[in-house]
Design a protein around this ligand. Sequence first.
Ligand code: AMP
Length: 180
Amino acid sequence: MSGFDKICLEQLNSKIRDIKDFPKPGIIFKDITPLLRDPDTLYMTNRLLAKPFLKEKVDLIVGLESRGFLFGPSLAMRLDAGFVPIRKPNKLPAKTISASYKLEYGEDSVEIHADSIIKGNRVLIHDDLIATGGTAAAATELVERLGGEVVGYSFLINLSFLEGTKKLKNNVLFDALLTF
Ligand code: AMP
């Protein structure tokens, strides 16, 4: 990594704030809104997210609701890929398939449009943060059930003490800009 990229990452780090006991007691929420509000860190994040995947053939970014929608489409544009949302239940209008997952705080399921991935599509799964890895694992399941190939995972933040990466495919690219 270049010295310049290291400085960028330090700046990104300085724009992420910890909110204690949100949304539930005991959770330290990583709030990225200060990073989004600042034009420099907004740009740097977009550039750094794309960097590890520039040489990879990616057809689709699959972004996870809701903060995976913040950088997902701009990451897709950098990689000449399309964007597909994975959403909470009953949000997508057309035919969907769903998978259950556990959150750091609670349990839920996620859905994807059944026609959003064509067999053989190369997919990069993206979210703002990986905690327990449940959401990204559910996304992996959905992509693979539709015949897509998961070629990598992209996150801004990895809460590594929760060991979420253990739930992901381990023979593909993985990138998190910041690890806590
Ligand atoms: P998980 O399925 O446990 O990996 O949880 C990841 C999802 O929950 C992501 O969509 C995150 O946006 C959100 N999330 C979980 N924990 C946190 C946290 N401490 N701060 C911010 N977002 C979180």
